[in-house]
Ligand binder design. Structure first.
Ligand code: PLP
Length: 459
């Protein structure tokens, strides 16, 4: 065994070198080789994790220096959020429904979190229902309103009607499609080149049998922020329930359910520095929503299931942090986003930024690099240590171009050549400067391999 090397870590694998190279009995060699292969397999996913979550492999973290520009896909749990959650995994592990002290401590923590989430939205705590995330909240809002309103509508022999848009997240689109199969009529309002919905089109689409308007607040791919205040006024005048998927706006821009005249709003913790698997649905007092799950008495029996106390505590803490730091975060992140966007447009010939004419969330930039395949660029950038995304993370891997980009009028090849950069609280100026070197170089490299781009340029 090369004793000299023993104990030193291999920067690539994070393993101690020399342990499995020589010496030892065949069986232990095999075991070690198996372990090495398992660790090497883990390495790929581990290396994609943010630097500060690699406490056992500091050398690896230093060596890779990864840049994360995919905050719309998910965010790291904020250290103070994690700290707030930790006691509820062990010392304060009680079931929030138990009447003893263990349970009451958990109950108090859940109710504090409800107040924190309500405060972020200008809602009342009793209007907040905790869920497993954005997808469940969207499903509950849409199925719930439909189920409660449909019997009254169908008794008049009319078909219950929902208004939405073609650029919604799948959590809304697929729910609406499921309802169409059950006999609902759904109108998909057109969007303009920047992904904006015309409030007048909403007014015109409303019918006597319309039971719900569901339109997202901020788009996950473009960052486009819809004119919800105007749409809320129209919905209120027509006395139609109004739901928004605010998964991509909560924590990034101010969201006030009263100012927007919302009846229902969905949010998700992992998009604003809380953990995955926890979210909330705001339901304005008096809104008729059929429950979705049946079980025990939790959350007044409306959303049963033992509460995820640590997750809910994390959501509450993240909501409080967002309320306190939203303005300053937004200004800093928008400046970095603009620097990235303008830098890329200046350095990459033919690059085009999408949705720039619309109000946008401060962190999102969506850029088309004609002549490249988005997936290939993502892989090339990942190899250089930069993480970003093509369209929605939930649909990456799908071969079809993004439904959002085709809805705003991009051709299929341009939609496939489009990348989303999304910045966050931990993005630094030096990361943006590095991205401004890495991305143009990768695009040049891929374009050199692209027969179509060379043909277009020489034409
Ligand atoms: N709605 C939007 C706009 C989203 O971006 C996402 C996730 O990417 C969701 C809903 C789904 O949220 P969750 O991942 O919490 O289920």
């Amino acid at each position: 065994m090369t004793e000299g090397k023993k104990g030193k870590r291999n920067l690539r694998t994070g393993l101690k070198t020399g342990h499995y190279k020589r010496g030892g009995r065949p069986a232990s060699l095999l075991r070690r080789a198996g372990r090495r292969r398992a660790l090497q397999r883990q390495e790929g996913s581990r290396a994609r994790v943010a630097r500060n979550s690699l406490p056992f492999y500091p050398e690896l973290a230093m060596a890779i220096k990864r840049i994360y520009l995919d905050y719309n896909a998910t965010t790291p749990v904020e250290p103070s959020v994690l700290e707030a959650m930790l006691p509820y995994f062990s010392g304060d592990f009680g079931n929030a429904s138990s009447i003893h002290t263990f349970g009451q401590r958990a109950r108090a923590a859940v109710e504090t979190a409800r107040e924190q989430v309500a405060a972020l939205l200008n809602a009342r705590p009793q209007e907040i229902v905790f869920t497993s995330g954005g997808t469940e909240s969207d499903n509950h809002a849409i199925f719930g309103v439909f189920a409660s309103a449909a019997p009254a509508v169908t008794s008049s022999a009319a078909i219950p009607h929902i208004i939405t848009s073609p650029i919604e997240h799948e959590a809304v689109l697929n729910t609406c499609q499921a309802l169409e199969k059950q006999g609902a009529a759904v109108s998909y309002l057109p969007v303009d080149r920047a992904g904006l919905i015309d409030p007048e089109a909403v007014r015109q689409a409303i019918r006597p049998e319309t039971v719900l308007i569901t339109l997202m607040h901020a788009n996950n791919e473009l960052g486009t922020v819809q004119p919800l205040e105007e749409i809320g006024r129209i919905a209120a005048e027509a006395d139609v329930y109004f739901h928004t998927d605010a998964v991509q706006s909560v924590g990034k821009i101010p969201v006030d359910v009263k100012a927007l005249q919302l009846d229902l709003l969905s949010l998700s913790g992992h998009k604003f520095y809380a953990p995955k698997g926890v979210g909330a649905l705001f339901i304005k007092g008096g809104t008729r929503v059929r429950q979705f799950l049946y079980g025990g008495h939790h959350q007044h029996g409306f959303r049963p299931g033992t509460e995820n106390v640590p997750g809910i505590v994390g959501l509450g803490k993240a909501a409080e942090l967002a309320r306190l730091s939203l303005q300053s975060d937004a200004a800093r992140i928008a400046a970095l986003r603009d620097r990235l966007e303008q830098g890329l447009l200046a350095r990459v010939p033919d690059a085009q930024a999408n949705a720039v004419s619309a109000p946008r969330t401060p962190n999102t930039s969506n850029i088309t690099f004609p002549g490249i395949e988005g997936e290939a660029l993502i892989i090339a950038l990942d190899l250089k240590g930069l993480a970003c995304s093509t369209g929605a993370a939930c649909s990456s891997g799908a071969v079809e171009p993004s439904h959002v980009l085709t809805a705003i009028g991009l051709s299929a090849p341009d939609a496939r050549a489009t990348i989303r950069f999304s910045l966050g609280r931990h993005t630094t100026e030096s990361e943006i400067d590095a991205a401004l070197e890495i991305v143009p170089a990768a695009v040049v490299q891929l374009r050199q391999l692209s027969p179509t781009y060379r043909r277009e340029v020489s034409a």
